[in-house]
Design a protein around this ligand. Structure first.
Ligand code: G1P
Length: 271
């Protein structure tokens, strides 16, 4: 069973400037609710019991959001507003399941994952990238089912336009397991159009094996001088570890870019 999830939250969010100049992008409201709460709700619904947040000193605001008890208690005592009481209870529920670790240097997603090593208990864990919102169907839940069926690692995937491949991790697939699940032969971080093995991209949901930590601890920086999770996954695949690419059926919203962020509120309002 997958019971633990990790969420890298130390990113600077430059694609969303000026909104992120003094504010954490994951707390920005999407149709009246902070983006991170959508991600946490997806985890809870998928049966996750503990979530590790990787933040930085600059993103301390995220921890404060969940640890503002004094303030809530004071307001509730004064106003007795049922809406605020309900919201505070929800925050307390989240707080109970969150642990925090710090990544103060932006060395990449792989480095962020490595920071969670001491918290991970089971053989496999879930990772969600908070920029990637998937609505209409719980992607994490589907991936956990696939993990249980194939006893493998799993990554979410979607077909992207050929001229955007250099924005994503891109899969080379081998065997088709069924209509929506493929065995991964290779995965390349942000290839050029000419070097892309397909137009199937990695989207920010991963079920990873605990043994990825030993790969990450030896991992050299890759594209852009960062330590990429994609490169560690690639070395595990080369050592015959099974990874399944799952073509998810929900709707993907790229909340890390300005256009995507604006669109996400409109899409969620339609639900
Ligand atoms: C990260 C991953 C990339 C993946 C993408 C999905 O890239 O490194 O492989 O396709 O998330 O959103 P980033 O968005 O951090 O550039």
């Amino acid at each position: 069973m997958i019971k633990q999830a990790i969420i890298p939250l130390a990113g600077l969010g430059t694609r969303l400037l000026p909104l992120t100049s003094v504010f954490a992008k994951e707390l920005l409201p999407i149709n009246g609710k902070p983006g991170i709460e959508y991600i946490l709700d997806e985890c809870i619904e998928a049966g996750i019991k503990e979530v590790v947040f990787i933040i930085s000193k600059k993103k301390q605001m995220i921890k404060n959001y969940f640890y503002n008890d004094k303030f809530y208690k004071k307001i509730i005592k004064k106003k007795k507003d049922p809406r605020i009481i309900k919201e505070y209870k929800k925050i307390l529920k989240y707080k109970k399941m969150i642990r925090f670790v710090y990544q103060n240097k932006p060395l990449g997603t792989g480095d962020a994952v490595l920071k969670t090593q001491k918290f991970i208990k089971d053989k496999f864990f879930l990772m969600l990238l908070p920029d990637d919102l998937i609505i209409k169907k719980n992607c994490s839940k589907s991936m956990i089912n696939i993990h249980n069926r194939y006893k493998s690692s799993v990554m979410a995937s979607m077909n992207v336009k050929k001229n955007t491949v250099s924005r994503w991790g891109i899969f080379k697939l081998s065997k088709k397991l069924d209509k929506i699940n493929y065995l991964v032969k290779d995965v390349v971080e942000k290839p050029s159009i000419n070097n892309a093995p397909s137009n199937k991209a990695v989207i920010g949901r991963y079920i990873l094996p605990k043994k990825i930590f030993s790969k990450l601890s030896k991992q050299k920086p890759g594209k852009g001088g960062e330590i990429h999770i994609t490169d560690a996954i690639q070395s595990l695949i080369y050592e015959n570890n099974k990874f399944v690419a799952h073509i998810f059926s929900g709707k993907y919203l790229d909340c890390g870019s300005m256009n995507g962020y604006i669109k996400s509120s409109l899409e969620i309002a339609k639900l």
